[in-house]
Design a protein around this ligand. Structure first.
Ligand SMILES: [Zn+2]
Ligand SMILES: [Zn+2]
Length: 461
């Protein structure tokens, strides 16, 4: 340290070196994190999975069924029981392997096969993402949208929507500017301000359910709008879909997989058990695999448990330790596959992916926070009524508020799983669509913003 508290030259240099080293190590770490996994590492788990299945086949057939058939004796019975056990096990196991082959050999669909590289988007303006706390402040009172804004969505607006990503001035952080779209969708003034407003003006904020009918302020009342505020981000504009790692505009619903090192169509998640991603083209087979894996594990588990319980009650207590291992493994995988199957089936009937479901969770959480600000913690009825009112004005968050909602659970299910019952349960057929273009929920404008019910097409209102 110098006399006047300033750093000396050598200290400056030293700090610089330390800073450089820190930056370099951070960059390297980032590089390593973004490096796709080598092919052999990705596919190694397939060998492991097949090894576990092979072992289960050996123990169940070789050590459990064969003695029953050969000696016509056993703790559970002789051939009369052994044959059906063996047939059911083989049927479930082979169908599961068929589905496993389909899910591992079918590519989920890579975005780079469908789009050409393009330069980084030019950003002139920044529409804050819905979860930015900044987006909640300073938008002023509600301005009813004009007819022009209503009908044409973005067509009437200046081409100033921008990506939340990079800006042209070279800085990494987006530049925050006044959001021109807030007048259209952002009908909620900052709630904490609204509360203060209400208190200052003595107006009733205890009846938020009546506060916004979507038609403007009630007579003699502050123009307070307590309503749902969906993300103002025009998520479908190309700027919002640019992948900086691949250097192209991703098709809608595609996301970058770090393990695979590329953008995957309708990316759901990267599954190490199948050595690749679950995406547009293999999602159906993934669910088929889970269905059969679940049945296979449950069958193996329950029959082996029955056998071991019987054996432990017998006079010579001959419990095979290998059967115990397979019982434990099948029990574990029963729980795992059942939970995953339930989650995946829910995603499919709702028509959103694992990635998209996180967005809904955040929206729900955010709404809970807003409701907690509006009502006291014990006013459960009032909270429910407010939410109901919002659902009336907008539709429900994960249904009408889902950009890809097709109108019914069945329609969503059939879009992915196919139209015949055979396709629902067997790894045959394919999902609808090309994985690149998806039918857009007509309750959204063409840039991907959720519109309130009063702006929906007439037949949906
Ligand atoms: Zn990418
Ligand atoms: Zn992946």
């Amino acid at each position: 340290m110098g006399k006047d508290g300033q750093l000396t030259d050598s200290e400056h240099k030293c700090c610089g070196v330390v800073q450089d080293a820190a930056n370099k190590s951070m960059k390297n770490r980032e590089k390593r994190r973004n490096k796709p996994q080598p092919w052999i590492v990705l596919k190694m788990t397939i060998g492991m999975t097949l090894g576990i299945i092979g072992y289960a086949f050996y123990v169940y057939i070789g050590r459990f069924c064969v003695p029953m058939l050969r000696d016509n004796t056993g703790d559970l019975g002789g051939r009369r029981i052994g044959i059906p056990f063996l047939v059911i096990f083989c049927l479930l196991g082979l169908t599961m392997l068929w589905a496993y082959a389909k899910v591992t050999l079918t590519s989920p669909g890579k975005a780079r096969d469908h789009v050409d590289p393009s330069p980084e988007p030019v950003i002139q303006n920044y529409v804050p993402a819905w979860f930015d706390s900044e987006s909640e402040i300073g938008h002023g009172p509600y301005v009813p949208p004009t007819q022009e804004q209503h009908g044409n969505g973005s067509a009437s607006q200046p081409k100033s929507h921008s990506a939340q990503a990079r800006v042209t001035n070279g800085s990494e952080k987006p530049v925050q500017q006044e959001d021109t779209n807030v007048g259209v969708m952002g009908t909620l003034p900052p709630v904490q301000n609204a509360r203060v407003h209400a208190e200052q003006n003595g107006s009733a904020y205890s009846n938020p359910t009546g506060a916004n009918t979507g038609t403007g302020p009630l007579p003699n009342q502050q123009p307070m709008m307590f309503t749902r505020k969906p993300p103002p981000t025009p998520a479908l504009l190309p700027e919002y879909r640019y992948c900086y790692k691949d250097g192209f505009v991703k098709p809608t619903r595609a996301h970058h997989c770090r393990a695979c090192g590329t953008c995957i169509l309708k990316y759901d998640h990267h599954c190490p058990w199948i050595g690749q991603c679950v995406g547009a083209r293999n999602h159906k087979f993934f669910v088929n695999f889970l269905q059969w894996a679940c049945l296979f594990c449950l069958w193996t588990f329950s029959t082996l448990v029955a056998q071991n319980v019987k054996a432990s009650q017998g006079p010579n207590e001959n419990i095979d330790p290998q059967e115990v291992v397979v019982t434990a493994l099948s029990g574990l995988f029963s729980v795992f596959t059942l939970a995953l199957l339930a989650t995946q089936m829910r995603l499919i009937i709702m028509n959103y992916t694992t990635v998209e479901s996180m967005g809904f969770q955040r929206t729900e959480e955010r709404e809970k926070t807003v409701l907690a600000r509006l009502h006291e913690w014990y006013e459960f009825g009032a909270k429910r009524r407010t939410k109901k009112q919002w659902d009336k004005e907008w539709g429900r968050i994960s249904k009408e508020g889902n950009m890809w909602w097709l109108g019914s659970y069945r329609r969503n299910w059939e879009y992915v799983m196919g139209h015949s019952v055979w396709e629902w349960f067997l790894p045959i057929g394919r999902s609808e669509g090309d994985g690149v273009n998806f039918p857009l929920n007509p309750r959204f404008d063409k840039d991907g913003r959720w519109r309130p019910r009063r702006e929906w097409p007439k037949e949906l209102q």
